[in-house]
Design a binder for this molecule. Structure first.
Ligand code: AMP
Ligand code: ZN
Length: 471
């Protein structure tokens, strides 16, 4: 079997063939960091982390790059409101985002470049585009990409330039009249009062949004990469513009496979702050283990919209519990089982699981159909439940458990409960926290509290001192 990927570029499923044998170069557009991430942002993170995990399961070495956009109007606005530098805002939310990602068991990327640290590369690429006639400098120091100079413009979003032109006319805003053509987009813009800026040959200013991904992908992966991914809202204009910039500058195709996840809605409506149906990942973590959110996300195919609701989260919780319970039972049985080699009968049973593993792989290789892959995991769980007992050998029980966890690992689901922290370890950490507070090192004190919370230990500060309980 080979992996089939639906490619937005060709609008069909294609066999995955890496550019370099045994390696996958993958870039996923990351969040703009001005707030806690919301559950919509969590979808591409979970989906493409699962793609990565499957590739690794198949033996590929994956170089996974995902950026943080840390210079943007929203970040600057929030910094001005709080009276701090924009870097304070972006660093705060990068740290928070990483905490949420850890809770969702997203593997750390090979590299998480930040826009503000890659300005040099952006200046180089913009200069190359100017030199090649694909970009021009307007009177005020703005640099625009000359969209019509790139013949393939529209190939990803399957839009025709003339339709775009008609549709875009109404979008013209003041200042845009210095463009040669309404379709041209910004590569570099001069600073405004109160905004961060960098020196450049064209003006003191900052980059347009699209250029960062072209530059980071080139620097940390290659001119041509295997997979570029993100939410479907990014197809146009973001990814279309990235293709124009990269291919015009580098002279080779940008990415072979373009993958896009569909949107997450809430109770069948678009999630929005104004509708009052907006949830951050942090909100959800107060009610559920974030593993449940991950399981919920994977219960639908990534190219179908997914509807978030309390009922669906409850059923995700029950589904995940079923797997966790089965794995826990196998652990318990194995711990109490007699030693000795696996019997022939047990070997035969174990062989039967190959059928379910094959189903799982077939589903994953059909454009990462995690919904069907989960169904295969449930079949395996059912099989394990009815073919394990106190009479089995530990070797068999452990092997059976490993069959399940091999698959749940691919989905990034933690199904084995960590050993509980001992009372002594907890009390030790609490003492360290008290000391940190005495030293007025509140960051450290908070960190210890968060570490304990992550292990299910809740602290309560009372007049008599600190009390703790297991959540
Ligand atoms: P942003 O910070 O808006 O650039 O978004 C970061 C990532 O989250 C992008 O890949 C978006 O496409 C994705 N995204 C944003 N909202 C949703 C949503 N409601 N459902 C699925 N993906 C989303
Ligand atoms: Zn991007």
């Amino acid at each position: 079997m080979s992996i089939q990927i639906y490619n937005t570029l060709s609008k069909r499923k294609e066999e995955f063939k890496p550019l370099e044998p045994g390696k996958v170069k993958m870039y996923v557009c990351g969040p703009t960091v001005y707030n806690l991430i919301h559950i919509g942002n969590a979808r591409p993170m979970i989906v493409f982390d699962t793609v990565r995990r499957y590739m690794e399961y198949k033996g590929y070495e994956v170089n996974y790059v995902s950026n943080f956009t840390d210079v943007d109007d929203k970040i600057i606005k929030k910094a001005n409101e709080e009276g701090v530098e924009p870097g304070v805002i972006s660093e705060r939310y990068i740290a928070e985002c990483k905490k949420d990602m850890e809770g969702m068991n997203i593997k750390p990327a090979t590299k998480n470049p930040k826009a503000t640290e890659e300005i040099g590369g952006m200046l180089d690429m913009i200069q190359t585009l100017i030199d090649k006639g694909h970009a021009y400098v307007a009177a005020d120091g703005t640099v625009y990409f000359r969209t019509r100079s790139f013949k393939d413009y529209g190939k990803l979003s399957h839009k025709n330039l003339d339709d775009l032109q008609g549709g875009n006319r109404s979008l013209l805003v003041s200042g845009e009249d210095q463009k040669e053509d309404p379709l041209d987009f910004v590569l570099w813009k001069p600073k405004k009062e109160g905004e961060p800026y960098w020196e450049s040959p064209w003006s003191e200013g900052r980059p347009g949004w699209h250029i960062e991904c072209s530059v980071m992908s080139k620097k940390y992966l290659a001119d041509e990469i295997d997979i570029h991914a993100g939410g479907e809202d990014l197809i146009f204009p973001h990814h279309e513009n990235e293709i124009a910039q990269s291919e015009a500058a580098n002279g080779v195709p940008f990415a072979k496979y373009w993958m896009h996840n569909a949107f997450l809605n809430i109770d069948n409506k678009k999630m929005s702050k104004s509708l009052g149906n907006f949830f951050t990942v942090r909100d959800i973590s107060k009610e559920y283990d974030l593993q449940v959110l991950r399981f919920f996300m994977l219960s639908a195919h990534y190219r179908n919209p997914i509807n978030f609701s309390h009922d669906l989260m409850e059923s995700a919780k029950n589904g995940l519990d079923r797997i966790v319970t089965a794995v826990g039972n196998l652990t318990h049985l194995a711990e109490n089982a007699q030693a000795g080699a696996m019997t022939d009968e047990e070997k035969a049973l174990l062989e039967k699981t190959a059928e379910m593993t094959a189903k799982f792989e077939a589903a994953m290789e059909d454009d990462f159909n995690t919904a069907d892959a989960i169904a295969a995991v449930f079949e395996l769980v059912k099989f394990a439940n009815s073919n394990s007992s106190a009479g089995n050998t530990a070797e068999y029980l452990n092997a059976l458990k490993a069959k399940i966890t091999a698959l749940t690992d691919v989905l990034g689901l933690i199904t084995e409960k960590e050993a509980e922290m001992l009372d002594e370890e907890i009390e030790n950490l609490i003492a360290q926290r008290q000391q940190a507070r005495k030293d007025r090192d509140f960051a450290k004190a908070d960190e210890i509290r968060d570490t304990l919370l992550a292990k299910g230990i809740v602290l309560e500060d009372t007049r008599e001192g600190v009390r703790w309980k297991r959540a």
